[in-house]
Design a protein around this ligand. Structure first.
Ligand code: ZN
Length: 99
């Protein structure tokens, strides 16, 4: 399984505008909510570009095995894109550790 994408991971459009997500927060890793792939897809952004990104158009990174409330977790590599171009993730992911 890939590392998970949490709300601590900064998602940004190709123009470096942040993408805001509202995680349900049912699962946390390193004290931050793990995002569902659907939550990344429904993220909102206010892109300043002349031809702005309007929405997250696709999310390729979702877990087949780890689900949160029945919805696949977002994992690295996220491989997401807005209607203009690829979404960047900084840092790329967070290690999920169970104890
Ligand atoms: Zn943009």
């Amino acid at each position: 399984m890939g590392d998970v994408i949490t709300s601590a991971v900064q998602l940004a459009c190709p123009h470096k505008a942040p993408i805001a997500t509202v995680p349900a927060g049912k699962l946390t890793a390193s004290s931050s909510p793990v995002l569902q792939a659907a939550e990344v897809q429904s993220g909102t952004l206010s892109c300043p570009a002349d031809k702005p990104c309007l929405k997250v158009a696709s999310v390729g990174g979702s877990s087949a095995k780890l689900t949160i409330g029945g919805s696949p977790a977002a994992i690295s590599p996220l491989d997401a894109a807005t209607n203009i171009g690829p979404v960047s993730t900084v840092p790329a992911a967070v290690k999920l550790k169970a104890s």
